[in-house]
Every structure is written in structure tokens, then in C-alpha cells.
Ligand binder design. Structure first.
Ligand code: 13P
Length: 258
């Protein structure tokens, strides 16, 4: 079974509720033009999750949240639990996005707790990993990504890991206009899948999806998506307009149906 491509829009701290709903409604009308082997996910800020779920009800598109907190409930002002994310109707949740790791000080250990909480609530986690520019320049990129994976999946059973998605987002490619070359992305995706295979075995490693993220746009999406190793894209800036996000999702049609 080929892995369906997963095209996700990470809106970050953009779009009010009404803007998010307007986007979802406009996208919905165009979803028939997205290839059938492509899953589309919109990831608004927390307030937009439920309204976007409602706007997409019955459509072939899903909704995610950008973050969660690992405790079930209690005195954690400003935080949102996995059960709350699920209750709002999200199926997916980003975990360990580089803006949280590098901007908000999230450690590998914090990311591991969030991943466990997401899996415990039955959410599909999109675990973000990726190296900084200096780490790449130092030849440390595979080492860094493997460390991020190893800590995040500490103690996770293979069957629990299966539903998770990995998003390889090199920090130097996020919001910079500097996309990883398809060759560099493919090399890292192979390294990630080899790591997954060593940790979870070949069957589960083969089933897990690995997305690429970092300055994806409608012009570079088809080349990235045509690679067997790249199971989808996590899109920031170019996901804010329906036309460009749709162009990226439609580029999944360039993918061999293998
Ligand atoms: P850009 O597509 O804006 O580079 O952002 C990528 C990203 O961080 C998606 O999560």
C-alpha cells in the first residue's frame, strides 16, 4: 500500500476565526481538484480549531492543533490539554515545531511528554524534527535529528508510534525562502526511515509518513512530492492563501502512485 501524501497548512499565529473559516470554506469547494491519494490538514491557532472543523464537516480534509500540554488538567494557566484538542475536533497535533523548540525553549524531554500525551489521547502527532544551520554546517544534521527522534520516542511501543507522522523541517529552511534541495531532503528522509526501522521494525517504519517542511511553495512542491521518500509537506507561509496552498496540494498529483 503506498503511503497517502499528507499536505498540512501550519498557519502559525495568523488568521482570526472568521479568516480561518473563510479559508476553509473556499478550500472546501476546491477539494475535488486535490488528488485522492492526498490528505489535506489545516492547522489553525487554537481558537480556529472548532470553527474550521465545522466548516469542513463531511469534507475530505482534517484539522490539527499547533501544540498541546502534557498534563490532563489542572493549574497550568494558558495551556491546552490533549483531551481539549481532541474535544475541539482536531485529529492531528503538531509536536516540537522548531518555533517552539528554538523560540519557546522546548527541550527534547518536553517534546517527548507532549508526544506521549498526544498519542494517549488518540491524536495523530506530527513530530517536527530538524537541525539548525550551524548544526548542518558542522555535519551534525543526522546526529541531531536522530537524537530528537530517540528522545521523543523514549518508551513508545511500535504499535503506538505507527500513527505518528514525522515532519523534517530544517530550521534554516523555515520562513527563509531557502528550501532544502530535494536531494538533501531525500537523504534525511532516508536516514529518518532507517532510524524508524531500527527502532520499530520494517513494517511500522514503512507505514509511517515523513513530511518535509521549510519554504515550500507551489513552484517547488511537485519536485519534492514526486520523490517516494517524501510523504507530504508541512507548509507555513504559502499555506496562508487558498490559491497557493491548493496549488501545493494539487502538486501531489505529480507523485507516482507506486
Ligand atoms: P514556511 O513554509 O513559512 O517556511 O514554514 C514552514 C513551517 O514551519 C511549517 O511548519
Amino acid at each position: 500500500m503506498p503511503r497517502p501524501k499528507l499536505i498540512a497548512a501550519n498557519w502559525k499565529m495568523n488568521k482570526t476565526i472568521s479568516e480561518a473559516v473563510a479559508f476553509a470554506s473556499e478550500l472546501r469547494a476546491s477539494l475535488p481538484s486535490v488528488p485522492a491519494h492526498c490528505d489535506v490538514v489545516l492547522i489553525p491557532a487554537f481558537f480556529g480549531v472548532r470553527p474550521v472543523v465545522d466548516a469542513l464537516a463531511g469534507a475530505r480534509a482534517w484539522v490539527g492543533a499547533q501544540d498541546l500540554y502534557w498534563e490532563k488538567s489542572g493549574a497550568f494557566t494558558g495551556e491546552v490539554s490533549a483531551d481539549m484538542v481532541k474535544d475541539a475536533g482536531a485529529m492531528y497535533v503538531l509536536v516540537g515545531h522548531s518555533e517552539r523548540r528554538h523560540g519557546m525553549g522546548e527541550t527534547d524531554a518536553v517534546v517527548a511528554k507532549k508526544l506521549a500525551a498526544a498519542m494517549g489521547a488518540g491524536l495523530t502527532a506530527i513530530l517536527c524534527v530538524g537541525e539548525t544551520l550551524s548544526e548542518r554546517e558542522g555535519g551534525l544534521e543526522a546526529h541531531v535529528v536522530e537524537r530528537q527522534l530517540a528522545v521523543a520516542f523514549t518508551g513508545v511501543a511500535p504499535d503506538d508510534a505507527r500513527a505518528s507522522v514525522i515532519a523534517y523541517e530544517p530550521v534554516w529552511a523555515i520562513g527563509t525562502g531557502r528550501t532544502a534541495s530535494p536531494g538533501d531532503a531525500v537523504a534525511m528522509h532516508r536516514a529518518i526511515r532507517a532510524w524508524l526501522q531500527g527502532r520499530f521494525g520494517p513494517v511500522i517504519a514503512k507505514a509511517m509518513r515523513i513530511q518535509y517542511g521549510g519554504s515550500v511553495n507551489p513552484a517547488n512542491a511537485a519536485d519534492l512530492l514526486s520523490r517516494d521518500e517524501i510523504d507530504g509537506l508541512l507548509v507555513g507561509g504559502a499555506s496562508l492563501e487558498v490559491a497557493s496552498f491548493l496549488g501545493i496540494a494539487q502538486a501531489a498529483g505529480a507523485a507516482p502512485a507506486d
